[in-house]
Write a new protein. Sequence first.
Length: 135
Amino acid sequence: QVRPQLAGLELALACADMEMLEPARAAERLGAMIAAAPADIELRRLRARALLLAENALEAVRQLEAAAALDAARLDVRRELAIARVRAGDPRGTDEVRALQVALPDDKELALHAGSGPYPALAPRLPEPGGTERH
Protein backbone atom coordinates (compact mmCIF):
# COMPACT_ATOMS: atom_id res chain seq x y z
CA GLN A 1 0.00 0.00 0.00
CA VAL A 2 1.14 3.54 -0.75
CA ARG A 3 1.73 5.96 2.10
CA PRO A 4 -0.22 9.22 1.61
CA GLN A 5 2.94 11.34 1.63
CA LEU A 6 4.29 9.31 -1.33
CA ALA A 7 1.12 9.31 -3.45
CA GLY A 8 2.32 12.16 -5.69
CA LEU A 9 5.61 10.40 -6.32
CA GLU A 10 3.88 7.09 -7.10
CA LEU A 11 1.54 8.84 -9.55
CA ALA A 12 4.51 10.49 -11.26
CA LEU A 13 6.29 7.12 -11.48
CA ALA A 14 3.17 5.46 -12.91
CA CYS A 15 2.93 8.17 -15.57
CA ALA A 16 6.61 7.74 -16.35
CA ASP A 17 6.05 4.00 -16.69
CA MET A 18 3.30 4.64 -19.22
CA GLU A 19 5.47 7.09 -21.17
CA MET A 20 8.29 4.51 -21.18
CA LEU A 21 5.84 1.94 -22.59
CA GLU A 22 5.71 -0.07 -19.36
CA PRO A 23 1.92 -0.01 -18.83
CA ALA A 24 1.82 -3.21 -16.75
CA ARG A 25 4.21 -1.63 -14.24
CA ALA A 26 2.07 1.53 -14.23
CA ALA A 27 -1.06 -0.56 -13.60
CA GLU A 28 0.63 -2.27 -10.68
CA ARG A 29 1.62 1.05 -9.09
CA LEU A 30 -1.84 2.47 -9.65
CA GLY A 31 -3.41 -0.64 -8.16
CA ALA A 32 -1.56 0.00 -4.93
CA MET A 33 -2.75 3.60 -4.96
CA ILE A 34 -6.36 2.50 -5.51
CA ALA A 35 -6.10 0.17 -2.53
CA ALA A 36 -5.40 3.27 -0.43
CA ALA A 37 -8.06 5.41 -2.18
CA PRO A 38 -10.76 3.10 -3.61
CA ALA A 39 -13.17 5.95 -4.34
CA ASP A 40 -10.70 7.84 -6.57
CA ILE A 41 -12.30 7.73 -10.01
CA GLU A 42 -9.32 9.37 -11.73
CA LEU A 43 -6.91 6.74 -10.44
CA ARG A 44 -9.26 4.02 -11.70
CA ARG A 45 -9.49 5.70 -15.12
CA LEU A 46 -5.72 5.98 -15.37
CA ARG A 47 -5.23 2.38 -14.26
CA ALA A 48 -7.81 1.23 -16.81
CA ARG A 49 -5.89 3.04 -19.55
CA ALA A 50 -2.65 1.38 -18.41
CA LEU A 51 -4.38 -2.00 -18.40
CA LEU A 52 -5.70 -1.44 -21.92
CA LEU A 53 -2.20 -0.50 -23.06
CA ALA A 54 -0.96 -3.72 -21.42
CA GLU A 55 -3.68 -5.62 -23.33
CA ASN A 56 -5.60 -6.56 -20.19
CA ALA A 57 -9.02 -5.33 -21.29
CA LEU A 58 -10.99 -7.50 -18.85
CA GLU A 59 -9.33 -5.92 -15.82
CA ALA A 60 -9.70 -2.48 -17.42
CA VAL A 61 -13.44 -3.15 -17.66
CA ARG A 62 -13.52 -4.05 -13.95
CA GLN A 63 -11.77 -0.80 -13.03
CA LEU A 64 -14.14 1.28 -15.13
CA GLU A 65 -17.21 -0.55 -13.84
CA ALA A 66 -16.04 0.32 -10.32
CA ALA A 67 -15.56 3.95 -11.39
CA ALA A 68 -19.02 4.02 -13.00
CA ALA A 69 -20.52 2.62 -9.80
CA LEU A 70 -19.05 5.62 -7.97
CA ASP A 71 -20.55 8.14 -10.43
CA ALA A 72 -22.79 6.74 -13.16
CA ALA A 73 -23.41 10.18 -14.66
CA ARG A 74 -19.82 10.73 -15.81
CA LEU A 75 -19.74 10.64 -19.59
CA ASP A 76 -15.96 10.24 -19.67
CA VAL A 77 -16.17 7.07 -17.57
CA ARG A 78 -19.04 5.66 -19.64
CA ARG A 79 -17.05 6.37 -22.82
CA GLU A 80 -13.93 4.63 -21.55
CA LEU A 81 -15.98 1.69 -20.24
CA ALA A 82 -17.61 1.24 -23.65
CA ILE A 83 -14.21 1.22 -25.39
CA ALA A 84 -12.79 -1.21 -22.83
CA ARG A 85 -15.78 -3.52 -23.29
CA VAL A 86 -15.31 -3.49 -27.06
CA ARG A 87 -11.64 -4.37 -26.63
CA ALA A 88 -12.57 -7.12 -24.16
CA GLY A 89 -14.99 -8.63 -26.68
CA ASP A 90 -18.08 -7.79 -24.62
CA PRO A 91 -21.00 -7.29 -27.05
CA ARG A 92 -22.47 -4.55 -24.83
CA GLY A 93 -19.51 -2.36 -25.73
CA THR A 94 -20.47 -1.88 -29.36
CA ASP A 95 -24.01 -0.84 -28.45
CA GLU A 96 -22.66 1.53 -25.80
CA VAL A 97 -20.17 3.05 -28.25
CA ARG A 98 -22.92 3.67 -30.80
CA ALA A 99 -25.18 5.25 -28.18
CA LEU A 100 -22.35 7.49 -26.98
CA GLN A 101 -21.62 8.66 -30.53
CA VAL A 102 -24.86 10.66 -30.36
CA ALA A 103 -23.46 12.70 -27.46
CA LEU A 104 -19.88 12.69 -28.79
CA PRO A 105 -20.14 12.82 -32.61
CA ASP A 106 -16.61 14.22 -33.09
CA ASP A 107 -14.87 11.64 -30.89
CA LYS A 108 -12.47 9.87 -33.27
CA GLU A 109 -11.33 7.22 -30.79
CA LEU A 110 -14.92 6.32 -30.01
CA ALA A 111 -15.73 6.08 -33.73
CA LEU A 112 -12.82 3.67 -34.25
CA HIS A 113 -14.46 1.30 -31.75
CA ALA A 114 -17.91 1.33 -33.38
CA GLY A 115 -16.96 -1.37 -35.88
CA SER A 116 -15.67 -4.89 -35.58
CA GLY A 117 -11.94 -4.18 -35.40
CA PRO A 118 -9.08 -4.58 -35.59
CA TYR A 119 -8.69 -1.66 -33.23
CA PRO A 120 -5.77 0.76 -33.31
CA ALA A 121 -3.12 0.95 -30.64
CA LEU A 122 -4.10 3.26 -27.82
CA ALA A 123 -2.06 6.24 -26.75
CA PRO A 124 -1.52 6.95 -23.06
CA ARG A 125 -3.67 9.65 -21.53
CA LEU A 126 -1.67 11.15 -18.73
CA PRO A 127 -2.98 13.58 -16.13
CA GLU A 128 -1.87 17.17 -16.27
CA PRO A 129 -1.17 19.08 -13.05
CA GLY A 130 -4.69 20.58 -13.14
CA GLY A 131 -6.36 17.18 -13.37
CA THR A 132 -6.98 17.27 -17.11
CA GLU A 133 -5.55 14.72 -19.49
CA ARG A 134 -2.67 15.03 -21.88
CA HIS A 135 -3.00 13.00 -25.11
